[in-house]
Design a protein around this ligand. Structure first.
Ligand code: ADP
Ligand code: MG
Ligand code: ZN
Length: 474
């Protein structure tokens, strides 16, 4: 490939407010068509917008989550265009003075991607096309749903960098409670702007914009397709036109939707019905203080201070609730690896089997901390620990009590053990003889017999020692 791709993103995220951005209709996904609309969000003349303060707060949080400057002054503008999904015929957005500017996120290890701005705007409705009847219907439930749009500089040079960025943004916004980032439901939608230029050049080519990609895979495929398409045009002496294109998931290709509008086509002007948004130092400090620890900071703590392998740390942070649970447990018992192993292997297995989330389990982080301590202190064997967890998962209860009630405490009493081993040796004289004659494999069988006789509370290490001594072969 002789061309270097250059990519910039515009990401729309629906904010997790209770109500819409300029009216009190509920902000909820789904519902029957046009059941969440009022005169204000359906654009009736004479109605006035009232700005949702929580939307402002969440937008500011998005800024703090991406190292932006959150501006003390921001304001709204009207972006005029006619389309049936927009009953007012203008969208209220922030054009001149966005709420956040100049952020960045580091991707693929050490590549810095600059964020130009984050602004607040309202979503439009949805058109449902019925090809059979030859009609289109408008559902205005989504009109006025609060959005932020995150706009990056054209700093990406590969699909991998884009995918890493989108994954990180989605996770940070989820941690901060800004957006649930469900790409498949469209609560986070990515527009990819892409151009190509000969390697070594620093003059960007003309870009195409691919709208509304709704999975990481679609993003990757759309970028690969566009690079090929534009390269063929340039190779044949043609020129790429600036336009908006739609990615077709079934065909894996992109098709032109419309030529790209310029800013002046929208006749932006200041929104006269909404006063500017002013955030005092106290407001900003208050919002900043309400931020949780972010996933990339946790990642550094887990792999650095705690010495967890990268992949394990990545799995833990992939859910905030799971990671919170882990953090609570290691606060009580700083056995980082042991607790990570229990949670990633055993707890996750039960979660997957039962379809539950970590928030729904019947035990607490302190129970997991105690279970880990019981295993490392040799009170229960590794295997017995799994049995204890299974019971905790199914019925709840304290690990020590469960181990005691179910005879799972590892006994260090040797007299009972010796009697049991004598019994096994007497009953399996042939196998013992064969082992003495060099059949090492049969030792496992004898150990199995011993463990069966002494039960789950038996101490396997101790049993092995005694068995070897008694047979007279060490
Ligand atoms: P507009 O507002 O018309 O969409 P912007 O200048 O705000 O235009 O850019 C929109 C997006 O396009 C940004 O994400 C930016 O990084 C990206 N972009 C701008 N120029 C290029 C280019 N030559 N190639 C690829 N992406 C670009
Ligand atoms: Mg744009
Ligand atoms: Zn409404």
């Amino acid at each position: 490939m002789r061309y270097q791709p250059v990519i910039g993103l515009e990401i729309h995220c629906e904010l997790l407010t209770d109500s819409k951005v300029f009216c009190s209709c509920r902000n909820e996904f789904g519902g029957g068509e046009n059941t969440r609309v009022c005169p204000r969000c359906s654009g009736m003349p004479g109605t006035l917008p009232i700005l949702n303060q929580n939307a402002v707060r969440l937008a500011a949080k998005a800024g703090f989550a991406t190292d932006c400057t959150v501006n003390a002054y921001s304001s709204f503008d009207r972006k005029n265009y006619f389309y049936p999904d927009l009953p007012k015929a203008y969208q209220i957005t922030q054009f001149e003075h966005p709420i956040c500017t100049d952020g960045h996120i580091t991707v693929c290890g050490d590549k810095k991607i600059r964020i130009n701005r984050i602004h607040i705007e309202e979503d439009a409705g949805k058109l449902v096309h019925d090809d059979y009847e030859g009609i289109s219907m408008a559902d205005y439930n989504r009109c006025g749903v609060p959005l932020i749009e995150i706009v990056t500089e054209p700093d990406f040079r590969s699909a991998e960098e884009v995918q890493d960025f989108v994954e990180q943004i989605a996770l940070r916004l989820k941690y901060a409670g800004v957006c649930d980032a469900r790409m498949e439901q469209g609560s986070l939608r990515v527009d990819v702007n892409i151009s190509i230029m000969p390697y070594g050049s620093d003059i960007f080519g003309t870009r195409a914009e691919i709208k509304n990609l709704n999975s990481l895979k679609a993003i990757g495929r759309a970028i690969e397709y566009e690079i090929q398409r534009q390269a063929e045009i340039l190779d044949n002496g043609g020129t790429v036109v600036q336009e908006t294109r739609r990615f077709n998931d079934n065909h894996g290709d992109t098709k032109a939707l419309r030529s790209k509008e310029e800013a002046h086509d929208y006749r932006y002007f200041p929104e006269p019905d909404i006063p500017p948004v002013l955030l005092s130092d106290d407001d900003l400090e208050d919002i900043r203080k309400s931020m949780p620890e972010l996933p990339h900071v946790r990642m550094a703590r887990y792999t650095g201070e705690y010495g967890l392998p990268h992949d394990d740390a990545q799995l833990i942070i992939s859910s905030k609730a799971f990671s919170d649970f882990y953090d609570e447990a290691v606060k009580l018992n700083p056995d980082y690896k042991q607790i990570s192993n229990i949670m990633l292997v055993e707890v996750n297995r039960h979660l997957n089997d039962s379809g539950k989330t970590i928030e729904e389990v019947l035990f607490s982080p302190s129970d997991i901390a105690e279970l880990a301590r019981m295993i490392s202190d040799g009170k229960v064997s590794n295997n017995a620990g799994k049995d204890v967890l299974k019971i905790m998962f199914e019925h709840g209860g304290k690990p020590m009590a469960i181990a005691e009630q179910n005879g799972l405490i590892m006994s260090s009493d040797t007299s009972g053990l010796e009697a049991a081993i004598d019994e096994v040796i007497a009953a399996n004289a042939d196998s013992v003889e064969s082992y003495k004659n060099g059949n090492d494999k049969i030792f496992g069988f004898l150990m199995g017999q011993v463990m069966r006789t002494i039960g789950k509370g038996g101490n396997p290490a101790l049993a092995k020692d005694i068995l070897q001594k008694k047979i007279g072969k060490e």
